[in-house]
Structures are given as structure tokens and as C-alpha cells.
Design a protein around this ligand. Structure first.
Ligand code: DAH
Length: 426
């Protein structure tokens, strides 16, 4: 098994099935200036105020369009505040530097044939996010526990594969899509509810595989592997690699590429030969194609030695000033590590309790001051009641936290866990 690092591919987990239109596209402005101003004024970092309307190119999107107090909506303010940040479009940011390095590989090796998209709207329909890429109706990724729903038909994309179908329909045959993606998840140093992915697709026409004497699928699979091995070498140098057979709803056969890096097998990406159904439904009747998807944080953490995924969102100069345009793989030098503070919390859970819901509350209260939420004890008593004890690690990457502010956070978490999750604190 490869090490699990920074948001592993959700769609490859076959076992995770559910227990239980044309969309107006908005573009966004970049609401990230306020926090640095407040640091300058107070010397302390204040929580970022939430911008209530985003605007770019004259199109406005109001917070009320995305966050609503309605059971069909599970998007919190903290997530709304990330829309439009577009870390992947900042040339001096590790995510942007990595994106550019991958673009460079494709531009050089395919003479600029790949069309690049990096500002497609992250608000997509359920159809685009799931149906268009053949995600089964009962797949766990469709649940409210895993995906952010704006309403029953509209979600924040949970992968860049959401754009495959529309781009094929628009006639593109070679393309790369980079964007922010959103997933409800647990909290630790490699998981964050917003991260960045890149999707690649290449479509072949019959003359290409016919000339090779191979069948279409083998031809595409071989080309795919050659292309991605080259990409891995471009990013990581001469590393050992291996291919693992896996499952994705959108490809068949499907593979994961792993590299041996720093004495561990690391999963780099998921990929495969595109399901014929996706091609046929989108105007590619006589073709074969390959596709891949990779998580940029996962690779950037390894390439730049970034120890905590929250750092990507930091506007602290001690982080941002360490990276420059075009400099892939500069090693991040941690500024002094501030001490963590642990708080335990035990409660009797109920049937609807999920860890993702708990983590959403903790993030809502503590924001990026929470480093990890871990289940440390779990038992069921004779009456059949189940108790969970979670340990919450609070740690700022930028300063020491005071006892008083941590106690305030913890009281707030306890109160909300009780009132929103309807669990009984012990
Ligand atoms: N969408 C997948 C995920 O987020 C990643 C992926 C795997 C994309 C295989 C692809 C693919 O295009 O062929 O887990």
C-alpha cells in the first residue's frame, strides 16, 4: 500500500457505497487581502472577515446564493470564504508553481496541443459532478456527508472530472483542467475541505491506433502510461514507479501510479482509459481516450517539504516569501513550531452522528487553529449506547495560543456539538 497522504482518490474506494442543467456559471474575485491588513494593524492575525459578495468580470455571486439555512444546504461560511481564492492561479504559490511545472511538461512534449482551463466555476450540477462521469447512484461520494450541496441539484465540485463531459462536448480532444475542489472530511495534517486537482484528457482517432496494429484500448493505455511516467520523472527525477490496477467509475481499465520517494511508496495519481459511454454521450462516437486526475497538495507537500496542509492557506510572510515563480521543489524551512494544546471531549453518539459533521463544527469554530481531530476511545455499554472520545489538537502555525482562547474555542465546540449534533456530552 502507498502511504496515504493529502486527500487520496475518493472514487477508487469500491467498498464505500452509500449506507443509506445547464448551470449559470459565476466567476469570482479574490477575497484575500483583508487578513494581511489586519496583521499590520494589530500585530496579531485576526480571523478573516467573510466577504459576502464576490465579483469578477461584472458577475456577482452573493453569499446567500451558496450558504443557506436549509436542510438541503450544507455549505458553511468557512467554505464560502474559500471560493475565488484560486491558489492554483498564483505563480509564487507552491500550488501554482506545481501547476505551471505540469503545464510545462505537456506544452514541451505535446507542442502546446493541450488546452488549459483553470478558472472553470467550482459550482456545478449534480449531473456534471456525478452522472456525466458515471458515478453510480448509490456511491458514497454523493452523500451529504461527503459532498457540499448548495441545493439537491447543485454542488461544489468534488473533483475536476466534473468538467470532462462538457469539454468533450465542446470539441476539445486534448485538455487539462485545474481547479479548487471541495470535500467534507476528517481533520489532520493532510486533509483540508478545499484542495486542488488537475485533470487531463486525451482523445485519439481511429487512424492513430490502427497504424499501431494494437487494439484501441491497449493503445490508449500504453500511451497513458508513457505520458504519466514522463510527467512523474519531470517532477520527481529518476524515481522507481509502479502501476496498480484499481477501479474508477469513469475509466476501464483504471490504474494508480505510485513512485518510490523518500523510502515510501507514494500514490501520485489515478487514471485510465475513458469509459466508452462518456465518449459516446459527448459526441465522440468513434474514438478512444485516456484520462487522469491528480491532487496538487499531495504532490506539493512532498516536493516542497510542506508538513501541514493548512500552510497552503497561510498569508504569513514567513511562508509565502519562501516560494518564487518557476522554482519547483525549493524546500520549505519551518518557522518555529508552536506548541499544540490537546482537549478531549466525550459524548454518547446517536444514529445520525458522523465524524465529518463533528469536524465541520470544529472547523467552523476554530478555523485553521485546529490541527487534528482523532477518535481516541470508543465503546458500547450494556444498554447499547455508544460513547466516542475525541482528542482535538489546537495549534496555530503562526503564533502561540493562550489558554484562555483555547478554552473559549473548546467551550464553543462543546456547545455546538451538543446543540447541532444532538449528542449527549459526558
Ligand atoms: N476524479 C478522481 C478523484 O478525485 C481522480 C481521477 C481518477 C480522475 C481517474 C480521472 C481518472 O480522470 O481517470 O478521486
Amino acid at each position: 500500500m502507498a502511504v496515504s497522504l493529502a486527500q487520496t482518490t475518493l472514487f477508487s474506494k469500491t467498498s464505500y457505497f452509500l449506507r443509506g442543467n445547464a448551470l449559470k456559471c459565476f466567476t469570482f474575485s479574490v477575497p484575500f487581502s483583508s487578513s494581511s491588513a489586519s496583521v499590520l494593524r494589530t500585530g496579531k492575525k485576526a480571523r478573516q472577515p467573510i466577504v459576502s459578495v464576490l465579483e469578477l468580470g461584472g458577475v456577482k455571486i452573493a453569499k446567500d446564493d451558496v450558504v443557506r439555512d436549509d436542510p438541503t444546504n450544507n455549505v458553511p461560511d468557512t467554505i464560502f470564504s474559500k471560493l475565488g481564492m484560486q491558489l492554483h492561479r498564483r505563480n509564487q504559490h507552491p500550488i501554482g508553481i506545481l501547476k505551471n511545472a505540469i503545464y510545462e511538461y505537456f506544452d514541451t512534449n505535446y507542442s502546446n496541443k493541450f488546452d488549459k482551463f483553470d478558472d472553470l466555476c467550482p459550482i456545478v450540477s449534480v449531473q456534471q459532478n456525478f452522472d456525466d462521469v458515471l458515478v453510480p447512484a448509490d456511491h458514497v461520494s454523493r452523500s451529504y456527508n461527503d459532498t457540499y450541496y448548495i441545493d439537491p441539484q447543485i454542488v461544489l465540485r468534488c473533483h475536476t472530472s466534473a468538467h470532462q463531459a462538457e469539454l468533450l462536448r465542446r470539441g476539445h480532444t486534448h485538455f487539462l483542467v485545474t481547479g479548487d475542489v471541495y470535500r467534507r472530511d476528517s481533520i489532520d495534517s493532510t486533509h483540508y475541505p478545499v484542495f486542488h486537482q488537475m485533470e487531463g484528457v486525451r482523445v485519439f482517432s481511429p487512424d492513430e491506433w490502427e497504424a499501431s496494429g494494437m487494439d484501441a484500448t491497449s493503445y490508449a493505455a500504453e500511451d497513458l502510461k508513457k505520458c504519466l511516467e514522463g510527467l512523474a520523472r519531470h517532477l520527481f527525477g529518476a524515481v522507481e514507479m509502479r502501476w496498480i490496477d484499481t477501479y474508477f467509475p469513469f475509466t476501464n481499465p483504471s490504474y494508480e501510479l505510485e513512485i518510490y520517494f523518500k523510502e515510501k511508496w507514494l500514490e501520485v495519481l489515478g487514471c485510465g482509459v475513458t469509459e466508452q459511454d462518456i465518449l459516446r454521450k459527448n459526441g465522440k462516437l468513434n474514438n478512444v481516450a485516456w484520462a487522469f486526475g491528480l491532487g496538487l497538495e499531495r504532490l506539493a507537500m512532498v516536493l516542497f517539504d510542506i508538513p501541514d496542509i493548512r500552510l497552503f492557506w497561510s498569508s504569513d510572510e514567513r511562508f509565502t516569501s519562501q516560494f518564487s515563480k518557476g522554482q519547483l521543489g525549493v524546500k520549505f524551512k519551518p518557522f518555529s513550531k508552536y506548541p499544540p494544546c490537546y482537549k478531549d471531549m466525550s459524548f454518547w453518539i446517536n444514529e445520525s452522528f458522523t465524524e465529518n459533521n463533528l469536524c465541520e463544527i470544529v472547523r467552523g469554530v476554530a478555523g485553521d487553529l485546529v490541527e487534528e481531530v482523532v477518535l481516541i476511545d470508543n465503546f458500547t455499554n450494556k444498554k447499547g449506547m455508544t460513547s466516542h472520545c475525541y482528542r482535538i489538537a489546537y495549534r496555530s502555525m503562526e503564533r502561540s495560543l493562550t489558554d484562555e482562547e483555547i478554552n473559549d474555542l473548546q467551550w464553543n465546540v462543546r456547545e455546538q456539538v451538543q446543540s447541532k449534533l444532538k449528542v449527549v456530552l459526558r
